[in-house]
Design a binder for this molecule. Sequence first.
Ligand code: CMC
Length: 378
Amino acid sequence: MPHDFMPGLAGVPAARSTISDVNGETGVLEYRGIRIEELTAKSTFLETAYLLLFNCLPTRLELEKFTGDVALHRRIKFKIVDMIKSLPEQGHPMDALQAAVAALGMFYPGRTVQDPENNYWSAVRLIAKLPTIVAAFARIRRGDEYVAPRDDFEFSENFLYMLSERRPDPIVCQIFDACLILHAEHTMNASTFCGLITASTLADPYTVVASAIGALKGPLHGGANEEVLAMLREIGTIQGVRSYLEAKLKAKQPLMGFGHRVYKVKDPRAVILQQLAQKLFTHCGKSPLYALAEETERVALELLSQKRVYPNVDFYSGIVYDAMGIPTDTFTSIFAMARAAGWLAHWLEQMKENKLYRPDQIYEGEHNRSYLPLDQRQ
Ligand code: CMC
């Protein structure tokens, strides 16, 4: 059956799903029917991950078990730590994360993807171990020892502890946890689709998540949060905002952290992240980057709102992580740590009714060309 070609598959459904829904006109994002505003105010990242994976809010007992299972699987094999030590310090953390996650799968045999029990433990291991890998690479590359996880710390508290070896401030932990909730899932996007394509071949979940990490890395997707910080630093001063943005737009270059395929209003995650940034700065002092970001948003809206281009999730997240002392090139890995919950929820959903992805193409090349011997080619 012939179909119209849709560049970027824009608007083409790739799956049926009950995991999340986004209304790009009204700026509403729901996970399993619950709005993100409510989840960030009342839930935790791990509880939200459970909701995404299993389509219900856990009972107290279920939550205790899930939290305990994740805490017990935070450790990584010493061979994974050794592998991380052998990677170049100047290499990108997302490449280290992708390599380590792919390697993780080699340690867990019996990876049949039709066994619900096995799939549960794979999801637990991946959600538990990604933060350990991210923190390990962040430390090892700067010459510091890897810090082992603490089973008695909450999820976000443990990650921030593994980065700095200090017990983090509870307000900072709470804000960081809310950031993870906001990054945990976002319907059918490039990285989720990429993971599902890999999953459709019945590859193991470590390979699925490693594929998704690769797709998330690019600056048009998760990598934009790092680019936003680079852009703000390049702008430098409030006075420099307008001329910088005008020059970018004149050169037909996208403003990083702005625009979205689906949202035609301000991304609801950006709204919450901006509030979280304000809460963080009230608690631990203002960042000059925040004032610069607000002015950038104001001028960008003047220049771009006619095209319905508004700040997206990546615009304020980097400012929050930067104020927490996290290195800029680690931001996308944090996005990946959170999004693993969404990727795995989609993987579990697809495993119930899997069909190998095998799309079509519109062939525009030649037919029946003759093979020219090497010595006759110009
Ligand atoms: N800066 C300047 N102009 C923009 C931007 C932007 N960031 N985004 C869209 N536009 C313009 C675009 O040039 C086009 O103009 P015209 O009609 O004159 O050709 C118009 O707005 C419509 O945009 P589009 O290119 O059709 O939108 P798209 O759905 O193809 O692009 C996007 C979506 C995310 C690739 C794009 O907005 C972009 O490159 N943004 C910057 C990178 C970024 O922040 N990415 C993070 C996305 S959200 C989080 C995530 O997915 O990880």
